[in-house]
Design a protein around this ligand. Structure first.
Ligand code: TMP
Length: 226
């Protein structure tokens, strides 16, 4: 079974990924938790480039013995962002397929829906193009279940004030509102795959709701889907 978590910044996905993995493992299931962008060594390097390009360039310069002072770098363009997210994804998909073939439950903190929300709605790239690039990267792999942790972006961004920030956290509130609306629209279009949960609840309440969904999807009973 392939389960993905989606949501805006500070929606608590990472905690829920961990709690669900622990619950499944406690019932004897093999689980691989992963994230996007990232999930394989090469994809994690692409993550650093796309989310923290300034720091990555500075670190590479340092490794080559160049002056540590951070150079001014060229901004990542929206198209480069789309392609980098999907370059990382193509690497990740190969690994996900390998794990699924071993009957491991794969739980990913974000997947291709994030590109539709962030690069499609957030950046305003042409949605048909975004979908085509994602289809190329996923090679037809789609989650069996997607949990959307829905939260007002004002609240989510406040939660992240003291956390490590990435380039996208610093986008305007309107950007994050478009992302939220896009996620809700995606969920409404495919209600059998998506479950929308209110992320203002306590982590324990959310985890219990997720467990109800995953249990009823059959994974807790040991019958992993494709
Ligand atoms: P996160 O680990 O906090 O979720 O950070 C990942 C960031 O990358 C988040 O700001 C969303 C962004 N992102 C995209 O813009 N497009 C994508 O396709 C993915 C997977 C993530």
């Amino acid at each position: 079974m392939f389960i993905t978590f989606e949501g805006g910044e500070g929606s608590g996905k990472t905690t829920q990924v961990r709690l669900l993995a622990e619950a499944l493992e406690a019932r004897g299931r093999a689980v691989w938790t992963t994230r996007e962008p990232g999930g394989t060594p090469v994809a994690e390097v692409i993550r650093r480039v796309v989310l923290q390009p300034g720091e990555t360039v500075a670190a590479l310069r340092g490794a080559r013995g160049l002056p540590a002072a951070q150079p001014t770098i060229d901004p990542i363009t929206p198209i480069a962002e789309l392609l980098l997210m999907n370059a990382a994804r193509a690497q990740h998909v190969a690994e996900i397929r390998r794990r699924l073939a071993e009957n491991t439950v794969v739980i990913s903190d974000r997947f291709a829906d994030a590109t539709l929300a962030y690069q499609g709605a957030g950046r305003g790239l042409d949605v048909a193009t975004v979908r085509a690039v994602c289809t190329l990267a996923t090679d037809g792999l789609a989650p069996d279940l997607t949990i959307l942790l829905d939260l007002d972006p004002r609240q989510g961004l406040r939660r992240k004030l003291h956390a490590t920030r990435n380039r996208l956290d610093d986008e305007a509130l309107a950007f994050h509102e478009r992302v939220r609306a896009a996620y809700l629209a995606l969920a409404a279009q495919a209600p059998t795959r998506w479950r929308v949960l209110d992320a203002t609840q306590s982590p324990e309440q959310i985890a219990a709701q997720i467990w109800q969904v995953v249990g009823s999807a059959g994974s807790a009973g040991g019958s992993a889907g494709s």
